[in-house]
Design a binder for this molecule. Structure first.
Ligand code: IMP
Ligand code: MG
Length: 185
């Protein structure tokens, strides 16, 4: 997509380019291939934000993994967390005894993943690892151990490569800071 295209006009700036994303996702895929060599982990995509990252990432991993999908809600159309996490769509298969890898788009307050980690521990997963494309450590409200993160970013509201504002901008190939004029007023 041309960076002069319509969607780019709502960005303040591009934060992470598609080339930087591709390089980092490839490196992460190699690390996860090493980590899970000889295993068959289940990679869980936290919809919808992680969908683009997830489909790129699993194709860089060379172990016989399986996939499953979950929809959780913690945000409405605003840019701030509500603090409430709800499972809107659960997994298709049980995870008892499985190595579970939760794949998220971004860790912000950390509340979504700290809640999900507990859920999977209760479901008797063999292990639960957390993989995120982006991490905003400055905004953490609960303690959370993130196992793999591609990029640490500053405290700004970002969109693109799966991340949305009010369900839009997921189809931007790069990650950018949304111009505040879009959500202020
Ligand atoms: P947490 O529970 O506060 O860590 O929130 C994680 C979720 O909030 C992510 O999965 C995103 O859906 C959403 N989120 C947090 N920050 C941003 C952002 O900058 N852009 C888009 N979505 C975000
Ligand atoms: Mg979202």
């Amino acid at each position: 997509m041309d960076t002069n295209a319509v969607l780019y006009q709502d960005l303040e700036k591009i934060l992470v380019t598609r080339e930087e994303i591709a390089k980092s996702v490839k490196e992460l895929g190699q690390k996860l291939t090493e980590k899970f060599r000889g295993e068959s982990p289940v990679f869980i995509c936290i919809l919808k934000g992680a969908s683009v990252f997830f489909t790129d990432l699993i194709r860089e991993i060379d172990v016989p993994l399986t996939t499953d999908f979950m929809v959780v809600s913690s945000y409405g159309s605003s840019t701030k967390t509500t603090g409430v996490v709800k499972i809107v769509k659960d997994l298709d298969k049980p995870v008892v005894g499985k190595h579970v890898v939760l794949v998220e788009d971004i860790v912000d307050s950390g509340m979504t993943l700290s809640y999900l980690k507990k859920v999977f521990a209760n479901r008797e997963a063999a292990s639960v690892s957390i993989v995120t494309l982006l991490d905003k450590p400055a905004r953490r409200r609960v303690e959370l151990n993130v196992d793999y993160s591609c990029f640490n970013i500053p405290d700004a509201f970002v969109v693109g490569y799966g991340l949305d504002y009010d369900e839009k901008y997921r189809n931007l190939p790069d990650i950018g800071v949304l111009h505040p004029r879009i959500y202020e007023n």
